[in-house]
Design a protein around this ligand. Structure first.
Ligand SMILES: [Zn+2]
Length: 179
């Protein structure tokens, strides 16, 4: 995430350093920078060294990335939406081994799609839950986990224009790697 500033520059997006997060609407005072900081520190109550907690890491990375596509590369939307689709719709128990496989799958897919761009939902309309809501619950592990799941579900729904497209890619991926 360190180079999000240069990615924004490359995307011709000016980052504001005051007020709420200009992308997700998180209740910050230093804008997107604070939003990225909260996210990068993780949410303290969750011990990510435990395998059963890994899914909350995946869900929060997907949710945050899809709320902030302006500070990520073009194909990141596909990757994170695909992973949420595989988790929520295909009920995949995601693990760290599957992520590079999904990356490779997407790399092969995009070779033939030079003109495929995804247009993000409007700013502030990418799910109502944001980093500041999660951090406010970070001292209660159970509440924090529930909210991360809801966060990812809301963001996934906000991108519903792309569910059909993503399902085609997911179908292909699941045939090769999940069954
Ligand atoms: Zn934000």
């Amino acid at each position: 995430m360190q180079d999000y500033i240069s990615i924004a520059e490359k995307n011709n997006v000016v980052l504001l350093d005051k007020g709420v997060c200009q992308f997700c609407g998180a209740n910050t005072t230093r804008g997107v920078h604070e939003c990225v900081e909260i996210f990068s520190l993780g949410f303290q109550s969750i011990d990510y060294s435990k395998k059963e907690n890994h899914s909350y890491r995946f869900l929060s990375v997907d949710a945050h990335t899809l709320q902030h596509p302006e500070i990520h590369g073009r194909w990141n939307n596909h990757f994170h939406l695909l992973r949420l689709h595989l988790i929520f719709i295909y009920k995949t128990h995601w693990n760290y081994q599957l992520s590079p496989k999904l990356s490779d799958h997407l790399n092969a897919y995009k070779v033939n799609k030079p003109d495929e761009f995804s247009i993000p939902p409007e700013i502030y309309q990418r799910g109502s839950i944001t980093t500041t809501d999660i951090i406010a619950r970070s001292n209660d592990e159970d509440k924090c986990k529930k909210m991360i799941k809801k966060w990812a579900e809301e963001v996934y729904q906000a991108w519903n224009d792309y569910h059909t497209l993503i399902d085609e890619i997911a179908k292909d991926f699941s045939k090769k790697h999940l069954f």
